[in-house]
Structure formats: structure tokens, C-alpha cells
Design a protein around this ligand. Sequence first.
Ligand SMILES: Cc1cc2nc3c(=O)[nH]c(=O)nc-3n(C[C@H](O)[C@H](O)[C@H](O)COP(=O)(O)OP(=O)(O)OC[C@H]3O[C@@H](n4cnc5c(N)ncnc54)[C@H](O)[C@@H]3O)c2cc1C
Length: 443
Amino acid sequence: MTTTDTRWRNWASTAAAHPRAVARPRTDEDLARLVGEAAAGGRRMRAVGSGHSFTDCAVTTGTSVDLSALDRIEWVGPPSPDGSRPVRIGAGITLRRLCVELAERGLALANMGDIDAQTLAGAVSTGTHGTGERFTGFAGMVEHVRIVTADGAIRDTTPDSEPDLFEAARLGVGSLGVITALTLRAVPAFVLHAHEAPRPLAAVLEGLADPDGPVRSNDHFEFYWFPHTDLALTKANNLAAADDLPLPTTRRLLDDELLSNGLFAATNELCTLAPGLTPWVNRIAARALGERTYTAPSHAVFVTPRRVRFREMEYAIGAADLAPALARVRAWLDRRRAAVPFPIEVRFAAADDVWLSTAFGRRTAYVAVHQNLGLEFREYFRAVEAIMADFGGRPHWGKIHWLRRADLAELYPRFGDFLAVRDRVDPHGVFANRYTGRVFDTA
Ligand SMILES: Cc1cc2nc3c(=O)[nH]c(=O)nc-3n(C[C@H](O)[C@H](O)[C@H](O)COP(=O)(O)OP(=O)(O)OC[C@H]3O[C@@H](n4cnc5c(N)ncnc54)[C@H](O)[C@@H]3O)c2cc1C
């Protein structure tokens, strides 16, 4: 159940850890005993998922808890009139496996981000989200959280049972305890029709101002703007009839592998070697991405392979602020002539009521900036962070940012409530680490 080979790195190699032990509990009771022992001995612990956060949020010098053995669907509840069902799931399951298991039961996740390598608990705990202004992120889909707290208790929390702990634990950045199971609302399996098309950025931004524009008229709309160009690649995914025959997948695979990964790896390599070529390379890359449509099960449309490694920062702002915020980012990039071969990704989400959700209380637009691992990123990311601050931007909990507790307290109306629950259930900081020290503890 524990191992001594403990060296760990995250996916992007931007965080590393050498915990004193790694524990792989097989049951809630095993875990409760481990937590109780660590707390009694004054030792620290931290749950780790798939290591797909860009920050050191999963790092610990104490015991790293790997929940990969808790990866089953435990229970499927009765259907609601709309066909959705509550599903209780082991917290360590990966989204990839979860999608397969749900599909076998005729179910699916209502929305997803662009990869499926994360664990369910990791995705929920950092506010991971996809796109679609009628959809929340993962934490907004959660109806129950089972969590082992620092006192070694196994607690089943819902909006009716320990509601404060439920609210804090459904997006707690690993700080409330170790989540062992979550109940999510899953929807009947569905097929998506995808339409990707390059468009002039100005036309895309004009569409944003239209209340009936693409953000509203599509189920899932997003776009990628290539810095130093006037082009954006738009992606619109919409519910399709289940009997729509999926097109042969070879063309899509070819596009994803060649354009999103192969060509992209080559352009990134080139820009790393010769940063001055970036504007020219981006213009070519943006033009290479042609229009295409395809139809596939939802999971296959949401997820894209990501083989080029990068750093990422993502900020949530009010949807109405998107155009002026992007204009300022563009002006900065033009002024600095910064080498940025990665497109800026823009997504949308519904307002929700999860205390630490980046979409708490407001219709949200997400602006994600990426940089190749080999290229300088600090000046670019810090400039974007400063711009987003002027629009009340909230950083993704699992992506690079430099905010501290005092900044975050201003951005989240329920921040104090969250900290009060955290201090009550973990008074001695068993689940604290350097990241939580910065975002939750230092002024
Ligand atoms: C290529 C790539 C693409 C991405 N795409 C998206 C996207 O489309 N949308 C988006 O919003 N984000 C995206 N992300 C960010 C990613 O979804 C989050 O960082 C997510 O948390 C990673 O999940 P994980 O399982 O790897 O968790 P980790 O990174 O391992 O851990 C994240 C946090 O969750 C905590 N945690 C993990 N398991 C538990 C548990 N059982 N109980 C309590 N706490 C726990 C950890 O302590 C840590 O604080 C992407 C990241 C990468 C690298």
C-alpha cells in the first residue's frame, strides 16, 4: 500500500516532489487510518491525481496519496424526467475511463475540457471546465462528496448533510481532506456535430457583442486566436441526432495528429530556435487549419490529443469584458513583439454557485495563454495577469498564476467562508502545502 520510490513530476515538468512516502489506499477505511496516523504524528499529506496541474498544488514533502485504486462506478441512481442520473464514482478514476464506463451504461458527462487524462477528483478540486455558456465546470455537476478529513473521519457531504463542508470540498484544491468518491449528474449519452472554421478575429469579436451570436447559438463554442495574426480558429460543437452516422475517423485523426500535434510540434520547435520568426510561423499555421466538420460521440469531440508540452495560465473574467481584455492583450503582444507560437484559447461557462469556482456568480469567459516549455513565459504571463486583474480576473486553480490570499479574498465573495471551513476541519494543516500556503494562508 505504500512505496519508497517517491520521486514525482507533473505533466509539464513545472513542479516536482520528493514525498517521504506514497500511499495507495484500496478502501476508504485504509485511507482513514493513514490520515489518522499522519495527523497524530504531526505529518503532512496531500492527494495527487494525474499531475496535470501546472502549479505545485499537488506537491507534498509528507505522504502523497494516490487514489488510483478507487476507480469504480459505485452506484447509478434513478433517472430524472430529463433522463439525467446521479452517479457515484471512485475519486481516483481518470476521466478517460469514466467516459468509457458511463458509455457502457448509456450515459455521458454533460461537458468536458479538452483532455481526459485527469482524475475526477483532480478535475473537480481545481475547477476544471470545458466550454458552453449553458454549462458549468466539473465542480458545478457535483451533488455529493465523500471525504476523509484530518481527524480520520469518513464524511458523506451533500447540500443537506454538512452543507458547508460540501460547498468547500466540491472545489477545495486538495485542502479539505482526501476525496474518495463523488456523485455527479450524468446525462444520457449523446452525439456531437463539430464545426471548425478559421475566421477573421474582428468578425469573431463582433459576434460576441451579438446576444444571439455564436456563444449563445451553439452548445459549446470556443476559439483560438493566433497571436501576431488576424485569424482565429472557431470551434462549435452541437448536439446531433443519435443516428447521424459518424464520418470515418481517419480524416479527423490525420488532422489532429498532423496539424494539432505534428505540425504544431514543428512550428514550436522552429519558434524556440528562432523566436523572431514567430509572427510569420503563426500566419502559416493559422492558414493551414482549414474548415472541417465531423460527428462523433461527445467524449471523442470534446477531447483532443495534446502531445506538445507547454506552460499555461488561464483567467476567468466576466463574459462582457472579453473583447476589451483581449484587445489589451493583443496591444501588449504587438508592442513587445513577444514570441508566442501558441494560440490564445477562449472559452465560456455559465455562472455557478460553487464558493471557489472561477465562474462564481457571473457568466464567464476564459482566456488561456500558453507558452512552449523552451520559451520565456514570465513576462508574457505576468503582463496578461496584470491585464486580467483590471477586469476582476480569477486564475484557474491548477494553472500558473502569482496571486496570493489577499488578492484572491477580493475576488471570491465566499472566500472567508471557505477558509473558516478549512480551518475547522484541518486546524493543524495536515493537508497544507506551499501552494495552499500562498493562496490560502499568507496575506
Ligand atoms: C494538457 C492539459 C490540458 C488541460 N485542459 C484543461 C481544460 O480543458 N480545462 C481546464 O479547466 N483545465 C485543464 N487542464 C488543467 C487540469 O484539468 C487541472 O489542473 C486538473 O486538476 C488536473 O487533474 P489531475 O488529476 O492531474 O490533478 P493533480 O494536478 O494531480 O491535482 C490537482 C489538485 O487536486 C487535488 N486532488 C487530487 N486528487 C484529490 C483527491 N482525491 N482529494 C482531494 N484533492 C485531490 C491535488 O491535491 C491538487 O491540489 C489541463 C491541463 C493539461 C496539462
